[in-house]
Design a binder for this molecule. Structure first.
Ligand code: FEO
Length: 407
């Protein structure tokens, strides 16, 4: 096939792949994605950073050929840097090495070297140079500085900083699932890029928030943050304005939120729904933003995205067989997985339910929410269909929840 490489600065090219019809990733919905691979030309060595998912090697090969053609150079890769071993960035690594230079140097974190063999079972005969923070590689007029980044988002994750150009190749961190023709943040409405970055952080990075805070502190203290001119992640748009995403990551990682409440509910005969609507009205009456999700139709990934920058949630489910209505169970499982305990500020939660007789949903949801890092401040357990008094109580509890988060 034929495909063009994108020059991102002189001597550095994007040579990755576009996955136009990708619709799920790590279990959450996406509007397509990219597998970003970068080719860096040094005076002495040419370096390929990361690789592509299974089935996308033809795009990678075509763009590598094109990048060398644009440089007017013979195709020759001297160094392979692998920042992370997950398959979307490594499936074709072995064959790429075989194709371009079986004698090339290979650099990766110790865990990445181990994980490559454990996933593909064909790396044990290759010599992989294992590197960590502080290690550097001179490629002739350009220096690669390696930065260990464990749990952002795997134990093997690593960043590679191209010192002279100020480009941070961050692999998954700072990414977004977007698949568009142009490569930079400023090529599209920035609110769309930020929203996809938020969805990515919420669903993939939240659990690693303590490590993220430590890494940002380290990069600030050792002077790298002020040298970064561009962040080139392995999914989505390249940040020509890195301060935007660094600021957002600092906020998301430390639990800095908006005056916003996410209402999540499911309903059997519309009673819990009536409570949800009244709680929303109470929140609005206090001038606080509200986003509402109905779990019959909405995905937990979008809910998690909005919870990330909400100061509180209101969660409602009918009681069925002494437990929360089952579709809420999927939502609770996601909340437990991503877990907001690692962020530094606790989110308040109001739990509401309608029941026929014995109840039981609220107790179960309270245990699960507290385990996922929420501070349950109030509950509302309505009997069958809420009457006007109960609806007023729901309104008042929504207003109270809103007042509890206002600055
Ligand atoms: Fe994009 Fe952890 O893979």
């Amino acid at each position: 096939m034929k495909a063009k490489a994108t020059k991102i600065v002189n001597g550095v090219y994007w040579v990755g792949a576009l996955h136009w019809n990708g619709r799920t990733f790590h279990g959450y919905s996406i509007p397509g994605t990219t597998y970003n691979v970068y080719l860096v030309f040094g005076k002495d060595k040419n370096v390929l950073i990361d690789n592509v998912y299974g089935g996308f090697v033809n795009q990678l090969d075509a763009r590598i050929e094109d990048a060398f053609a644009q440089e007017g150079k013979e195709v020759k890769i001297d160094v392979f840097v692998q920042n992370h071993s997950e398959m979307d960035h490594s499936t074709h690594l072995r064959e790429t090495i075989e194709k371009y230079n079986p004698e090339a140097e290979i650099y990766a974190s110790p865990n990445c070297a181990k994980f490559l063999e454990q996933q593909f079972h064909n790396f044990s005969d290759l010599e992989i140079n294992t590197v960590q923070t502080g290690d550097e590689l001179d490629i002739g007029g350009r220096t690669l500085a390696f930065v260990s980044a464990p749990m952002l988002h795997w134990p093997d994750s690593m960043f590679t900083f191209l010192v002279e150009d100020g480009i941070l190749f961050s692999n998954d961190a700072f990414g977004q699932h977007i698949c568009r023709p142009y490569r930079f943040d400023e090529d599209y409405p920035i609110d769309i890029v930020k929203r996809e970055a938020q969805k990515y952080y919420a669903n993939l990075v939240t659990l690693g928030s303590p490590m993220l805070r430590m890494k940002l502190d380290e990069l600030t203290k050792n002077g790298i943050v002020e040298q970064i001119k561009m962040i080139a992640p392995c999914h989505g748009q390249i940040w020509k304005n890195p301060e935007i995403i660094i600021d957002l990551y600092a906020k998301w990682g430390s639990g800095v939120c908006k005056d916003k409440i996410t209402v999540i509910y499911d309903t059997m005969h519309h009673s819990t729904e009536k409570l949800a609507y009244q709680i929303a009205e109470g929140i609005i009456s206090e001038g606080v933003d509200v986003v509402m999700y109905f779990m019959q139709d909405d995905g937990p990934d979008d809910v998690i995205t909005d919870i990330l920058d909400s100061k509180a949630i209101a969660l409602g489910a009918p009681t069925m067989m002494n437990k929360p209505f089952p579709r809420i169970g999927n939502m609770m499982y996601w909340l437990d997985c991503v877990n907001f305990k690692g962020t530094t500020s606790e989110k308040n939660a109001l739990i509401f339910s309608s029941k026929g007789w014995g109840g039981g949903a609220i107790g179960k949801l309270q245990v699960d929410l507290e385990s996922a890092g929420f501070n349950v401040t109030d509950t509302l357990d309505a009997l069958f269909v809420p009457d006007e008094d109960v609806l007023e109580e729901a309104f008042n509890k929504g207003a109270e929840l809103a007042r509890s988060i206002k600055e």
